[in-house]
Design a protein around this ligand. Structure first.
Ligand code: G6P
Length: 471
């Protein structure tokens, strides 16, 4: 029998959590990917394969809200070498412009191969004849090829949620050829931006030696692979509705009140990750206060840092650095009841995020490199009154679409300070002009449009290939 659609991602759309009484339970992940893929899954009798978090638990397939989920367990060693090691100690920094130094360890690679194989074997078992399999992200780049070897009848799509680096950086990877060949098992490879797809095509030509033409790769066995951009998005209507709900409006007012009703609230919400540029942005804000350009009565900076990958060394060091900086800034610049930075090391449900977005006058998103950055899009979707300013790094994928943001180079401290100040002082008319244009973009390109276009292209892939004239 099997399923006509198989989603393969490192994480399941639910997390295994322990409740207050110590009982294990499932909690829906708040992530946007679930809401994007859920309708596609329902329409195609889909199943989702992924790691439920945590070690070694052997869990049976389950159904949650009508969705079929298959948990794949990982041992403690596999988590250390596949997830924390090769995925987040090698690939993550390498693919994000080497913002931190990637580590190359042969044992990590061996475990990455082993875990990828387990995902591929599970997908091969669950897929119906001629089914579609959609594989997600950098943790699973070998799955397309492994799966094609097991099941040549399948239609295979791959989507990379993070940047794909230029050849000059990718080249460092000792296993560069294996990764490229792993991805080439797919019929369609999706990236966030056209530049990433071009990086990939160029590498395939140079390193694997296949013929390419525009966005197509021609394999010796006669197969054609397409690599193209599909910028991911959010459930814009869902966020808008949430932001307009009385509960979220009230909560936004309560947040302003609790912060002492400053003239303006600056907001950052990020996973606590060194790619996000949290340190530099807080320094820029701190300097504006110590320069006298802003006072702690004018403005407060609320920084939500969502705990992430806490066993990886770079992440532990980053947390220490940021918390030392926040302490110093508040110690030097704050007054009683008026800290410069209101720092929260936690994650929040969607409702609280929407309330924070509503409460914030200036949203500050300044990554050194980011595949897309959905926080920037969520902020825009929640600004239903067409006000609020977005300060956005040029190096976030979202900057391609949100051209009316205050675009900044996060490495340029003075440039960032100037942009924060401009956004702070912008006239209401100017804010509305910019926000209206950005809201139009997000409304038209929501996550449903993203999932639909990827699935449509994937379905058409064979059809269009058969019409392609080989060079
Ligand atoms: C990024 C990646 C995802 C990942 C998420 C959270 O968005 O693209 O694949 O799931 O971060 O990171 P984590 O390591 O907790 O899964």
């Amino acid at each position: 029998m099997g399923h006509d659609l198989v989603i393969v991602a490192n994480r399941l759309p639910v997390d295994r959590v322990t409740d207050a009484r110590g009982k294990a339970a499932w909690r829906r992940s708040p992530g946007g990917l679930v809401s994007a893929i859920e309708p596609v899954m329902r329409a195609h009798d889909g199943v989702w394969i992924g790691w439920p978090g945590g070690t070694g638990q052997r869990l049976k397939p389950l159904k949650i809200d009508g969705l079929d989920l298959v948990p794949l367990s990982m041992t403690a060693d596999e988590i250390e070498e596949h997830y924390e090691g090769f995925s987040n100690g090698t690939l993550w920094p390498l693919y994000h412009d080497v913002v931190a130094k990637p580590e190359f360890h042969r044992e990590w690679w061996d475990t990455y191969v082993k875990v990828n194989r387990r995902f591929a074997e599970s997908a091969a078992e669950l897929a119906a004849p001629n089914a579609t399999v959609w594989v997600h992200d950098y943790q699973l780049q070998l799955v397309p090829q492994m799966l094609r070897e097991l099941r040549p009848d399948l239609r295979i799509g791959f989507y990379l949620h993070i940047p794909f680096p230029p050849a000059e950086l990718f080249q460092q990877l000792p296993w560069r050829r294996q990764i490229l060949e792993g991805l080439l098992g797919a019929d369609l490879i999706g990236f966030q931006l056209p530049g990433a797809a071009q990086n990939f095509i160029r590498l395939v030509r140079q390193r694997v030696g296949h013929k390419t033409h525009r966005d197509l790769v021609y394999l010796p066995d006669g197969r054609t692979v397409r690599a193209a951009a599909f910028p991911i998005s959010i459930d814009a209507a869902g966020f808008e509705e949430l932001a307009n709900s009385p509960a979220v409006r009230d909560r936004a007012d309560a947040i302003r009140e609790a912060l002492g009703n400053p003239k303006k609230i600056f907001l950052g919400i990020d996973r606590l990750d060194y790619t996000k540029g949290i340190y530099a942005r807080l320094r820029a804000f701190g300097e504006l206060i110590s320069d006298g350009a802003l006072t702690v009565d004018d403005a407060v900076f609320v920084q939500v840092a969502v705990p992430s990958r806490e066993r990886v060394e770079h992440y532990r060091n980053l947390r220490d650095d940021i918390e030392r900086l926040v302490g110093r800034l508040n110690g030097d610049l704050g007054r009683i009841g008026r800290p410069a930075i209101s720092y929260l090391h936690t994650s929040y449900p969607r409702e609280e995020m929407a309330a924070l977005y509503r409460a914030a006058d200036v949203m500050v998103v300044t990554p050194y490199r980011d595949g897309m950055n959905l926080v920037a899009k969520e902020y825009v979707a929640c600004r239903t009154d067409e006000d609020g300013a977005l300060v956005l790094s040029e190096f976030a994928g979202a900057a391609d679409e949100l051209r009316q943001a205050w675009l900044v180079n996060p490495y340029d401290m003075n440039g960032m300070k100037a942009a924060l100040l401009e956004a702070y002082g912008a006239e209401p008319k100017e804010l509305t002009r910019r926000m209206r244009a950005m809201r139009r973009q997000i409304a038209q390109h929501d996550v449903k449009a993203w999932a639909d276009s990827f699935m449509t292209e994937l379905t058409d892939v064979e059809h269009s290939h058969s019409k392609t004239v080989r060079p």
